[in-house]
Write a protein of this length. Structure first.
Lengths: 126, 145
């Protein structure tokens, strides 16, 4: 059962979520996130995994950083990119909320339609 | 590589033993919608519903929960009875920006499968809101690949 207790909290997150979902709308960026889910990586390592230029990968990573989905740490000459699990979890929470929300509504819709049908049938008999 | 690579979209399905037209109508008839489009916790109180059931028409659904009324609004993008209904969705949960809900009604004998697809719109698509929905849906289709 879906409840509305946390809706103020969810509203506060909406800006961050919008940035996260916009960033995730791109297939290459989703693939980069999937890569980082396995392990943190250098920018050059990520670039080697994808059939696009280092420059393009670098731009994608900047967008993911802006959406706070990944974090970058500089160790000497290496830029290490890692997943920000917290931001990913918020996006997942939005998905979980609406999955439950629509499942509940569809159950309610079914109950409504079936009740209406059975009362219509009864009406015909009498 | 597919662990996180799924599209950030909610898809929910349910098979209902009724004709598609009847289920479709329950979405646009305000009396019906007020009856079923409410949270489980609001057993006693129907939602307040306003429906302008035409493409480009707006709707408003106020659901009553313990913490107070929760307002949901949107605009119908596609009304293709009894096959498909597409509308924007704006609620405290969707953030300040619209998300997009597509409801497909797939008849299979005496049963209809109802499929709800709820997606957040990328910023690029939202910027084009005034530019017409065909463009947006095309760009969405491209972006979601």
């Amino acid at each position: 059962m879906v409840e509305y207790k946390s809706h103020a909290k969810l509203a506060q997150r909406s800006g961050r979520l919008d940035a996260a979902f916009s960033a995730m709308a791109d297939p290459t960026r989703r693939a980069i996130l999937a890569r980082l889910a396995l392990a943190e990586a250098r920018v050059t390592e990520i670039a080697a995994d994808f059939p696009v230029s280092l420059n393009a990968v670098s731009k994608h990573i900047k967008m993911l950083e802006r959406a706070d989905l990944v974090r970058r740490t500089v160790q000497g000459r290496d830029h290490i990119v890692s997943l920000n699990a917290g931001a990913m979890a918020e996006a997942a929470e939005w998905i979980d909320f609406y999955r439950q929300f629509w499942e509940d509504r569809l159950a309610s819709l079914e109950a409504f339609v079936l009740t209406k049908r059975s009362s219509a049938k009864k009406g015909k008999r009498t | 590589m597919n662990a996180v690579a799924s599209i950030p979209t909610v898809v929910v399905k349910r098979k209902i033993a009724a004709p598609a037209q009847q289920i479709f109508d329950a979405w646009l008839d305000p009396t019906a919608l007020a009856e079923w489009m409410r949270p489980c916790s609001a057993r006693e109180k129907r939602s307040d519903v306003k429906v302008d059931a035409r493409e480009g028409g707006a709707f408003e659904i106020v659901m009553h929960v313990a913490s107070g009324p929760v307002r949901h609004t949107g605009v119908y993008q596609t009304i293709d009875a009894p096959r498909r209904l597409v509308f924007t969705w704006n609620s405290p949960h969707a953030g300040q920006n619209d998300s997009l809900v597509t409801v497909d009604f797939r008849p299979d004998g005496k049963i209809t499968e109802v499929v709800i697809t709820h997606e957040r719109l990328p910023e690029a698509a939202r910027a084009g809101h005034t530019g017409g929905w065909t463009d947006i849906l095309e760009s969405l289709a491209k972006q979601l690949g």
